[in-house]
Structures are given as C-alpha cells and as structure tokens.
Design a protein around this ligand. Structure first.
Ligand SMILES: C[S@@+](CC[C@H](N)C(=O)[O-])C[C@H]1O[C@@H](n2cnc3c(N)ncnc32)[C@H](O)[C@@H]1O
Length: 284
C-alpha cells in the first residue's frame, strides 16, 4: 500500500482526497499552513501543519493548489521539512485533465444522440469560458446567456451575508462584457444575450424548452431562482449542470437545492467528483 499526504486542505484538497484510489493508496493526513484548519478533520483525516504531515514519511505528496506560486512555496516547504518522496502537482494535472469539462462532453453526446429537444442556456457567464464550450458543442442550437455582465448584484450579496453562505461582494466578476463574450463564441449568431439581474431577465421566456442548462451563478438567490425557472422548462431527459453544489466557498448552492427540494420534492441529482463540486440534475 502506497502512502500519500495532501498539502492544501481547502476545496481542491478535499476534492482530491475523494479521488484517491483507496484500494492502493492510504491518505495519511492533510498538511496546511492555515492554523484555523490545523487540528480539524476532513472526512476522518486530520489536518496537520505541513511539517508534521511531512514527518509521517509518505511516499507521495500531492500539492492541492492550482496557482504556480503557492505550488512552488508548498513544494519548497515540504523539501525543507525533509520530504524526499514524489510530488504530484494538481496545478499541472488540472491543465491536462478536467472532469467537469469531460462530463459536459459526455452529456452533450448523449443529448444529441437521444435527440433531446430544446435550447441551451447558461446563468452566470462571466468571461464565457463555459459558454464558449456549450456553443461549440451545440452549433445548431440557440444558446441563451444570462448575466449582469456587471458582477454580483447587491440584493444577492445581502442575502449571502445575512445567511452566512459566502463572502461574495457586490461587483465580483465585473471585469467582463457582453461584447467580449460574444467575440469569443464560435457561433455567435446562435446566442441570445439576456443582460441584467436574473430572474428578472427570464421574464417572457417561460415557454422556452431547454435541453441543457449550466447554472453557475455561485450565490443562493440566483441559483434557487434558476432552479425554479429552468427545471420546469427542461425537456424530459434534459440536464442541468449545477456548479458549486459541493463547494465550501459558496454554500448557497447546496442550500438552494435543499430549499427547492423542500418545496417541490427530491431532484434526481448526481454529485460529480470534480474540483468545483459540480452536480448534474436530470429531468425525468
Ligand atoms: C463564477 S461566475 C460564472 C463563471 C462562468 N460560468 C465561466 O465559465 O467562467 C458567476 C457569474 O454569475 C453572475 N451572476 C450571479 N448572480 C447573478 C444574477 N442574479 N443575475 C445575473 N447574473 C448573475 C455573475 O455576474 C458572474 O459573472
């Protein structure tokens, strides 16, 4: 049995822990420099100071952060603490493998093969990283793109603060524009932009049918409103890609699902084991 430690006990470290092949590999501990995490347990595994995790003499250290500077810092810290085993760098793996995007491709394959009718939509477009992919995967379908294009709205942010769901601030994600997104799309003629505050921007679209919706608004209020609007408008067999369902930074997403289910009954939802805590909801 090989042994491993994970350096970085945040969202990404926890997601990586779930991906470990436990038949072959034992996770000994997390290591983190954040003193508020040290001494806590994640899935039954203790979070230690980095040096104490290295002292366990694992075969491998997974550096579970994606930015290069922090990756280098943690590697250096582990080496100085005497680590001489193999490093696995999430920052590098992540550049090559992306579970969410791979899942999206499989979903698109199925929707096209099954001829599930309906438009494509995304709530929470920002710079269009995912919108671009959706548009490329469905060149023949209309894609509806909903965003303020001015970042988080004060009303949603107030709700986040009141409920303690996240530290979102008004105007986060404002460094984009509708034109910049349009210019990135491979089939811009298929895009309908709905700029402004959701759900207000969905008014009049109640009769639309959707086959695939990406819900990526981060915050409780728009995600709940997104479920309320889009789920009834999904074709049978259609799917919602719900971002942040298992994301500790944005706890409003799972609460929105919980509240939707309280009001309407259980959703057929499958959590993915990607880094962002995405889930897929299917319309039966
Ligand atoms: C995480 S970003 C989306 C990332 C994007 N899907 C991508 O591929 O990079 C979240 C976006 O949701 C938008 N958003 C959040 N609440 C909204 C609301 N009530 N109405 C419209 N847009 C909203 C923000 O403006 C922001 O651009």
């Amino acid at each position: 049995m090989k042994t491993i430690i994970i350096l970085g006990a945040g969202q990404f470290g926890q997601a990586c822990a779930n991906l470990i092949n436990t038949a072959d590999t034992k996770l000994l501990a997390f290591g983190d420099n954040n003193s508020s995490l040290q001494g806590t347990y994640v899935g039954g595994v203790q979070v230690l100071p980095v040096e104490d995790a290295v002292d366990l003499k694992p075969d491998c250290a997974l550096i579970a952060v994606t930015d290069q500077t922090r990756t280098a810092q943690l590697q250096d810290q582990a080496k100085k603490a005497g680590f001489s085993g193999a490093f696995l760098l999430l920052g590098q793996l992540y550049r090559w493998f992306d579970i969410r995007s791979a899942t999206l491709h499989r979903m698109a394959d199925r929707l096209i093969r099954q001829q599930i009718p309906g438009d494509i939509a995304e709530l929470g477009v920002y710079k269009g990283d995912l919108a671009w992919q959706l548009n490329a995967l469905f060149p023949d379908r209309t894609i509806h793109l909903f965003d303020t294009f001015e970042g988080f709205d004060a009303r949603d942010v107030r709700e986040e603060a009141k409920q303690g769901f996240s530290r979102a601030r008004e105007g986060d994600f404002a460094d984009t524009s509708l034109e910049a997104v349009r210019n990135r799309l491979p089939y811009p003629e298929k895009a309908l932009f709905h700029k402004g505050f959701f759900p207000r921007t969905a008014a009049g679209l109640e009769n639309c049918r959707f086959s695939l919706v990406s819900l990526d608004a981060d915050l409780y209020a728009p995600i709940l409103a997104g479920l309320e609007f889009f789920y009834p408008c999904l074709s049978s067999g259609g799917m919602i890609l719900l971002h942040d369902y298992n994301n500790r930074r944005f706890r409003g997403a799972s609460k929105a699902v919980e509240d939707y289910e309280k009001a309407h009954g259980p959703l057929p939802l499958v959590p993915l084991c990607d880094l962002h805590g995405t889930a897929v909801i299917i319309k039966v």
